[in-house]
Design a protein around this ligand. Structure first.
Ligand code: HEM
Length: 127
């Protein structure tokens, strides 16, 4: 696969993951019936799997790796945090306040991942 195509798959699946997470947060907090539809249990998993597979393939293609290159270590740790916060926001949060807070924090973490991706720097906020 060409590196341009690979990067397009990675960025598209990252965008798709974000949009689906954003919408599921709203639907879940509103108690919408959409959350019990079949596709909502399948499509996000497919998109997130694509995101992770493209991330690993991209890392090999540019020969930079998590736990070797700091910016990729930061991305992996932040991705785990994003996933954990997603679980709290969409499933395990006990109150609406907890779920809403986790939903907002997950989006801040996502923004951090994008900034790290663009800057190749685990501290992308300037010196
Ligand atoms: C929510 C998770 C993620 C998001 C939103 C994300 C986002 C992005 C974006 C926007 C780019 C393009 C940057 C640019 O061209 O300027 C990128 C590139 C890349 N990402 Fe991710 N990424 C995520 C997860 C990961 C993970 C976990 C890894 C770890 C292996 C990873 C590895 C890479 C690599 C190797 C590149 C290519 C950088 C280059 O060619 O210069 N990504 N990512």
């Amino acid at each position: 696969m060409s590196s341009l195509l690979l990067k397009t798959v990675h960025i598209s699946s990252a965008t798709g993951s974000y949009i689906l997470f954003f919408l599921r947060g709203i639907w879940s907090l509103n108690g919408s019936a959409i959350m019990s539809q079949r596709w909502i249990k399948i499509v996000p998993h497919v998109v997130d799997t694509l995101l992770i597979v493209s991330a690993i393939t991209l890392a090999f293609s540019i020969r930079q790796y998590p736990f070797v290159n700091a910016w990729l270590t930061a991305k992996v740790i932040a991705l785990l945090l994003y996933i954990g916060l997603g679980f709290v926001a969409l499933r395990y949060g006990r109150s609406k306040t907890v779920r809403l807070s986790a939903w907002i924090m997950a989006q801040l973490v996502f923004t951090y991942i994008v900034l790290v991706a663009i800057s190749h720097n685990p501290w992308p906020f300037g010196s």
